[in-house]
Design a binder for this molecule. Structure first.
Ligand code: FA5
Length: 343
């Protein structure tokens, strides 16, 4: 080890090419059993004169070595950092790695299409809350507490007595309370029902509500409007048919279906939703709410039609999706099939 000291230790320090080698040298020179340490330790056995001169020489050498080690350490640190930075340098001219591409959800595509069809007929888009009160979801729509129609739309109740809306029809009431006729609106949105789910029923699904109120409106206007809808969706040959049905908030009420001309097989009637003429009881409830808010009643004697349909069924047909539950399961294998779709 003494060779180390003979061999110009300062030059050796300078020759260290890495911090690891430097640490090794530091310990070989100054460590507990390092060359310089053992020489300092052996000073005690020397005669006094010699001890003094040798001691001074060795201590001076130690300071020199320590300073050289620290300086080299700093140099190597800078060099290593520079090397790392240049290895990690970002080449901005390289093409970026491709980002995973998303696409609109099939339900969003159908809702966009429905909006376009109705906006072309002059309809405005309206919206309402998904957490509703009983008054708007049921009572004002002529569905009082004891009414069996409530069972058909059994729903999720909040502790404070509000409900997750079971249909988009409460927005009819909200819009009429806030606006005077004439107007025509469509209301896209999510609705909730306490359902045993199956391939065509979900506990959360979408609806699109329509409402037109004016002085003179008839079932013929309603049918013409729904035929426009069917033609917008399924082409110029599409037809609409009504079947009598019961909804407490319309009179008369109907279910409507559109003829879908299947390019690959036999066409079929596709049940789209419910519709009818706005019930006078609904207008009366709206006027009452308006008065309670200090507004003038203005719905008595008016006429209107309303309809509500399920875009899920349209999307299932359009994109050959066999089970409604695929829409909301967030399975990337399903959703990936719709990348790059839509407007
Ligand atoms: C209604 O919800 C009425 N509010 C529609 C209406 C509006 C009638 C205005 C008259 C005037 P219904 O419960 O039938 O009606 O639901 C309407 C549509 O929603 C159905 O035709 C169907 O397409 C869809 N739908 C109903 N329940 C489910 C469900 N559990 N899962 C998926 N879609 C559903």
């Amino acid at each position: 080890m003494d060779d180390l000291l003979q061999d110009d230790p300062l030059e050796r320090v300078q020759a260290c090419a890495s911090r690891a080698a430097l640490a090794e040298l530091r310990s070989a020179l100054l460590g507990r059993s390092g060359s310089l340490t053992s020489q300092l330790r052996s000073l005690g056995s020397l005669p006094t004169e010699l001890r003094r001169s040798q001691g001074a020489r060795l201590n001076a050498l130690r300071s020199q070595i320590e300073a050289a080690l620290d300086a080299r350490e700093a140099e190597l640190q800078v060099a290593e950092q520079e090397q790392r930075l240049s290895a990690e340098a970002l080449d901005l001219t390289l093409p970026a790695p491709p980002l995973p591409r998303g696409g609109p959800h099939p339900i969003s595509c159908v809702l966009d299409e429905l909006r376009d069809i109705f906006q072309a007929m002059g309809y405005r888009i309206a919206e309402g809350p998904e957490v509703e009160d009983e008054l708007h979801n049921f009572d004002a729509l002529n569905i009082p507490a004891h009414h069996p129609a409530r069972d058909l739309q059994d729903t999720f109740w909040l502790k404070d007595g509000r409900v997750l809306r079971t249909h988009t029809s409460p927005v009819q009431v909200r819009y009429m309370v806030a606006h005077e006729p004439p107007f025509k609106i469509v209301v896209p949105g999510k609705v909730y029902r306490y359902e045993a789910t199956d391939a065509t029923h979900e506990a959360m699904f979408h609806q699109l509500e329509g409402l037109l109120v004016a002085d003179q409106v008839s079932m013929a206007d309603l049918k013409g409007t729904l035929r426009e809808l069917a033609r917008g969706l399924f082409g110029p040959a599409a037809e609409v048919r009504f079947q009598p049905s019961y909804y407490p908030f319309v009179e008369p009420g109907a279910d409507f279906a559109a003829w879908w001309e299947n390019p690959k097989g036999p066409g079929k009637w596709l049940e789209l939703g419910g519709a009818g003429m706005v019930h006078p009881q609904v207008f009366a409830a709206v006027d009452q709410l308006r008065v309670a808010q200090g507004k003038a009643p203005c719905y008595q004697g008016k006429m209107g039609f309303a309809f509500g349909l399920g875009p899920n069924r349209i999307a299932m047909l359009r994109y050959a999706i066999p089970d409604i539950r695929h829409f909301y399961a967030n399975d990337p294998r399903v959703l990936a099939q719709f990348r790059g779709m839509g407007s």
